[in-house]
Design a protein around this ligand. Sequence first.
Ligand SMILES: NC(=O)c1ccc[n+]([C@@H]2O[C@H](COP(=O)([O-])OP(=O)(O)OC[C@H]3O[C@@H](n4cnc5c(N)ncnc54)[C@H](OP(=O)(O)O)[C@@H]3O)[C@@H](O)[C@H]2O)c1
Length: 262
Amino acid sequence: MRNFLSPLNTPIHQWSEKRVWIVGASSGIGLALAMSLLEAGAYVTLSARREAELLAFASKYPRATVVAFDCADRQIWPAALGSTLASMGHIDLVVLGAARYDPMNSWEVNVEHVEQSFELNVVSVYRALACLVPYFLERQSGGIAFIASISAYTGLPRALAYGATKAALNNLAETLYFELAPKGLNVYLINPGFVETPMTAKNDFKMPSLISPQRAAAHIVSGLERGKFEISFPAGFAGFLRLLSRLPYRFRFPLLHKMTGL
Ligand SMILES: NC(=O)c1ccc[n+]([C@@H]2O[C@H](COP(=O)([O-])OP(=O)(O)OC[C@H]3O[C@@H](n4cnc5c(N)ncnc54)[C@H](OP(=O)(O)O)[C@@H]3O)[C@@H](O)[C@H]2O)c1
């Protein structure tokens, strides 16, 4: 029985023999996380579209396998889950991190990019859940982790579509935790700040508190081990933005203008 001080998820004490499926593992945070978990002794199935990159990486680790697919394919998830189970036997944890980011201001709405962002960052996650939740419920154990973003906390310039998709994941993860934790499943909400990856390479502004993908992976692994529900980092910047998001709008908006210089 959990009390108010207990971790919200089951702490993970060792990774050896754990089976982890990372979706969005060909670069950036997903790739660094895969490396950390493989080095800690876990079995990892890596997924993304770029099969050659995944296979080249996996060839260095006997416990790594690859299931390459396009998450935006409407029909793909049952087959992708089947292939992952065929390669690892079972899944203890899935990390859903495939996403796209199209910087966009409100005066340059690109509806096609908005649709593609919601399709990949949000709708494909629901398609994944339609297969994964019944699987984990049947096993009566397992965990689902969403990689969202601290841009979910408050509307930010240039994040017109991206921020909204990540806010949707924050809400989704809360509902999922509420419904699945009593059934013995773990649900994690990962909210990174700025991480130096191909995704942020397109940003033309100075990113505050930018960290490496390896640092991001270390935060994620530590949060999973401690059984946290929300894993947000780096602490100072994430905490500041969280605090800002709790302020009344009359204070929040001027502070955001000052902070971003916009
Ligand atoms: N970098 C940051 O500052 C930051 C901050 C907050 C949150 N995040 C989140 O962290 C996650 C990882 O991002 P990242 O920064 O590490 O960027 P990244 O290096 O661009 O990684 C994105 C991953 O998603 C995969 N992906 C993209 N479209 C896909 C598709 N249609 N089907 C399957 N896989 C697909 C990519 O692989 P392929 O191209 O091979 O398919 C790649 O492995 C994302 O959810 C992102 O929103 C990043």
